[in-house]
Write a protein that binds this ligand. Structure first.
Ligand SMILES: Cc1cc2nc3c(=O)[nH]c(=O)nc-3n(C[C@H](O)[C@H](O)[C@H](O)COP(=O)(O)OP(=O)(O)OC[C@H]3O[C@@H](n4cnc5c(N)ncnc54)[C@H](O)[C@@H]3O)c2cc1C
Length: 427
């Protein structure tokens, strides 16, 4: 039986370990932190005793890799699936606007949803539909050199369409300003959403905390298949001989008995262990923050599970029984602000959209994830590495590797599947 050492227990490492153990490969997974899940986890807020996520995660019907991983580990029932796309947006005049694809059949239902999205004028709706219909015919080569904002403007998307739709979708999916993000990557996302069947555009949300919904079922699945998981053990050094990793040294122990090693960590973690250029990795990544603000309040008079906020620094709100989870993407500009300052900004802004009596707020919590995602600029497109390295027994996984996707759970799950397949191929 072959042995594989997986370094990192985020979604990429868990996906790779799940697939490899199911193929009768012996896996030992080493995770530096006391908990698994990496950037996808939940914990109990001590004050309110509610389980909250490190950040609300939104999945979509087009997340085929993630959905296949969830199926494999038996966690599909931990998610709520929309039948058709339905997004409700709130505006500052306290109106609601819907993108609702529940009428007609695919793809007419998506066109109908756009035609009924009344925050856009008729000519803006028509420009929007024209742009979507042109997507399959756009050359990938011309998109490589463009950023999302310039591309949208060149395609007749005016200021209002950008503010009222494209920024909400783009900043949510890419966690960066539309000027920073690669048009090619965004094009790929739009193709997935609009041209891959009705289900692709739908929203999928975890029913419970992220740890309960994904991480614990993955852990159980790996154990059931005989895999070993060691937490609170950090990899510090790799010993290399004749183009092969011969020893992995951690802060507690060292490992020599393996046939393969997978680095399923972010690039900035690899940089602390070995010079990435020695592995053949020449990409330089920058990261951006996602901020989640949780507000506990008794009477939340909103019926939907979540809403987008139009033309606001607050992007989405998720309604969870007695608390509201506000999401701010691309939030680097708030890094220097204190928690009280962030809270005050958020409440003042939220009050423009919904009636909230501040006196009824019982508790709040702010979670800043400073390196939530890497920024998918056009410059890094061709530099993201495949799962192979210059060392024959060392492989890479992680959302930042060359999956063609932005920094998402889907990219992490895809990278885990790709690395597992590469290893299985060598057997
Ligand atoms: C607040 C927030 C909101 C997000 N929202 C969404 C969303 O809505 N939809 C979506 O699809 N994605 C979202 N993402 C992105 C998604 O969470 C990540 O893309 C994904 O979790 C990355 O998984 P990964 O396995 O590649 O990396 P990670 O999750 O970073 O896992 C790497 C693991 O390696 C471990 N590690 C690092 N160094 C070592 C070492 N030396 N030894 C051992 N272990 C080590 C780390 O502790 C970590 O557990 C969000 C992320 C954040 C933070």
């Amino acid at each position: 039986m072959k042995n594989c050492l997986v370094i990192g227990g985020g979604i990429a490492g868990l996906t790779a370990a799940s697939i490899l153990t199911s193929k009768n490969i012996s896996v030992t997974l080493l995770e530096a932190s006391p908990k698994l899940g990496g950037r996808t986890y939940s914990f109990k807020d001590q004050e309110t005793k509610t389980t909250i996520d490190n950040g609300q995660h939104i999945l979509m019907g087009c997340y085929i890799e993630t959905l296949s991983f969830l199926k494999q580990i038996g966690a599909e029932n931990n998610f709520v699936f929309q039948q058709n796309l339905k997004l409700i947006f709130l505006s500052k005049d306290k109106n609601k606007y819907q993108l609702n694809a529940d009428k007609l059949f695919y793809p007419l239902n998506l066109l109908c949803a756009i035609l009924n999205y009344d925050v856009l004028t008729l000519s803006e709706k028509l420009s929007f539909i024209g742009f979507i219909l042109r997507l399959p015919f756009i050359s990938q080569r011309t998109l490589k050199t463009k950023n999302v904002l310039d591309w949208l403007i060149q395609n007749n998307q005016n200021e209002n369409s950008i503010k009222m739709f494209w920024e909400i979708l783009g900043v949510g999916a890419l966690n960066t300003n539309l000027k920073n993000a690669s048009a090619l990557l965004f094009h790929n996302i739009l193709m997935q959403i609009f041209f891959n069947g009705n289900y692709s555009s739908t929203i999928v949300l975890p029913k419970f905390g992220l740890s309960e919904s994904i991480v614990e079922p993955a852990e159980k699945y790996i154990f059931k298949n005989g895999g070993k998981i060691i937490t609170s053990e950090k990899v510090k050094e790799l010993k290399i001989l004749n183009e092969k990793v011969i020893e992995v040294i951690t802060d507690k122990s060292s490992y020599k008995d393996f046939d393969f090693v997978i680095f399923a960590t972010p690039l900035f973690s690899i940089e602390k262990i070995i010079d990435p250029t020695l592995l053949g990795v020449n990409v330089d990544l920058t990261y951006s923050t996602i901020l989640n603000i949780h507000i506990w309040i008794d009477d939340v008079a909103l019926n939907e599970k979540f809403y987008g906020l139009l033309d606001s620094p607050l992007h989405w709100i998720f309604i969870k029984y007695n608390h509201i989870n506000i999401v701010i993407s691309d939030a680097d500009y708030l890094d220097e602000k204190s928690k009280v300052e962030v809270y005050n900004i958020a409440i003042m802004e939220l009050q423009k959209f919904i009636d909230i009596d501040e006196k009824k707020i019982k508790h709040y919590k702010i979670i800043k994830e400073k390196r939530a995602t890497f920024i998918p600029t056009k410059e890094i497109l061709d530099l993201r590495p495949s799962c192979k390295t210059k060392f024959s027994n060392l492989f890479l996984a992680g959302d930042w590797t060359n999956t063609g996707l932005p920094s998402t759970i889907e990219s992490a799950a895809k990278s885990g599947r790709l690395v597992a397949e590469e290893i299985i191929k060598t057997l």
